[in-house]
Design a protein around this ligand. Structure first.
Ligand SMILES: N[C@@H](CCC(=O)N[C@@H](CS)C(=O)NCC(=O)O)C(=O)O
Length: 196
């Protein structure tokens, strides 16, 4: 695994400093400095690291499948990232909608992929970024409903398999990089930093 230094934005001044330094192409974060580049746009960043570390398929067709699976999950993830900022009422409705979509649309679709080929990973019998996105989504949805994958045995097996990988195990340990569910205090802090 590459070593890296993670810097957090704590105040609007931190953000404005980056902007005035001219390092944010669209005045937005996240931004990653890697291999002489200052990369923005989260999907561009993830795709770069996936290519670099061989998590992005062996040919065009595998990459197309990995993109298709990742983009499906990105649609659901967008709702997940935004719902803490919803006003009361809307928030509850979006939580219900995410649970419904995870249970009836996304998780059955991925369970079916595993059932169709009987392999340990979604694409090419090899770990790809799509598997990582899927397991991340399982953890996200479990924050909303702890039993959400109860009826998806192949997704349970994937979660166990990926979570046991040494780097991921480390990442998932309490107090390490994975952030806990967003609370009201951090919602207010984020609003202040980004002025919305
Ligand atoms: N499409 C971009 C969106 C980035 C984005 O919305 N970043 C927010 C913070 S999470 C931001 O910097 N907002 C300030 C702004 O848009 O002015 C990505 O996926 O990276």
């Amino acid at each position: 695994m590459e070593s890296y230094e993670e810097k957090f934005i704590h105040t609007n001044e931190d953000l404005e400093k980056l902007r005035s330094d001219g390092v944010l192409m669209f005045q937005q974060v996240p931004m990653v400095e890697v291999d002489g580049m200052k990369l923005v746009q989260i999907r561009a960043i993830m795709n770069y690291f996936s290519s670099k570390h061989n998590l992005y398929g062996k040919d065009m067709k595998e990459r197309a499948l990995i993109d298709m699976y990742s983009e499906g999950l990105a649609d659901l993830n967008e709702m997940f990232i935004l719902y803490p900022f919803d006003p009361p009422g809307v928030k509850e409705a979006n939580i219900a909608l995410m649970k419904e979509k995870a249970t009836n649309r996304y998780f059955p679709a991925f369970e079916k992929v595993f059932k169709s080929h009987g392999q340990d990973y979604l694409v090419g019998n090899k770990l790809s970024k799509a598997d990582i996105h899927l397991v991340e989504m399982i953890y996200n949805m479990e924050e909303l409903d702890a039993n959400i994958i109860a009826n998806f045995p192949l997704l349970q097996a994937l979660k166990t398999r990926i979570s046991g990988m040494p780097n991921i195990k480390k990442f998932l340990q309490p107090g390490s990089q994975r952030q806990p569910p967003v609370d009201e205090k951090s919602v207010q802090k984020t609003r202040k930093i980004f002025k919305f």
